[in-house]
Design a protein around this ligand. Structure first.
Ligand code: FAD
Length: 128
């Protein structure tokens, strides 16, 4: 790894960016209004266009187009989608990250633990 006061390489940029993205999911409302969903959908779409690792960005844009990964705004009375609330969006983000992990030959993360990693801290209390 480079000294921490050097411009980031793809790895350092990725680690910082996943920290931001998972933390955004961790602080997303447990039940999001259509406006909050629309804003998050725009943020992710724009993020996928401006992320300054161009191969990463291109692959992420393709990932966002897959029918099962598409972010849609869903009104409360019409059921729940990936943007309906924190648990759905956090899981969506975890799966998006795992997609990159698999591509890079890294271990998949157990998505049942995303909230301990990024929101509450681990059950053993080491983050308290
Ligand atoms: P990271 O993958 O950065 O993970 C950081 C920490 O997050 C881990 O230590 C773990 O505690 C936790 N974590 C791991 N997986 C998950 C998960 N699924 N859910 C929740 N938490 C998790 N690099 C490339 O070389 N090529 C690419 O095409 C590429 N595309 C990217 C696309 C995006 C949108 C982003 C944000 C990054 C991308 N990267 C890419 C960078 C890559 O994902 C890693 O960030 C980088 O390789 C550093 O990896 P790392 O092993 O330090 O841990």
């Amino acid at each position: 790894t480079l000294p921490s006061d050097c411009p980031p390489d793809v790895e350092a940029l990725g680690r910082s960016t996943w920290t931001l993205l998972h933390t955004i999911a961790a602080t997303y409302p447990s039940s999001a209004t259509p406006t909050q969903q629309t804003e998050m959908k725009k943020f992710i779409t724009l993020f996928s266009r401006v992320y300054p690792c161009w191969v990463c960005a291109e692959d992420f844009q393709e990932y966002l187009k897959e029918p099962e990964n598409k972010l849609k705004v869903v009104e409360e009375e019409k059921g729940r989608g990936h943007l309906s609330g924190r648990s759905e969006f956090g899981l969506w983000m975890c799966k998006a990250h795992n997609n990159v992990n698999v591509k890079l030959g890294k271990k998949e993360f157990d998505c049942s633990k995303w909230e301990e990693r990024w929101r509450t801290g681990w059950k053993d209390g080491r983050c308290d």
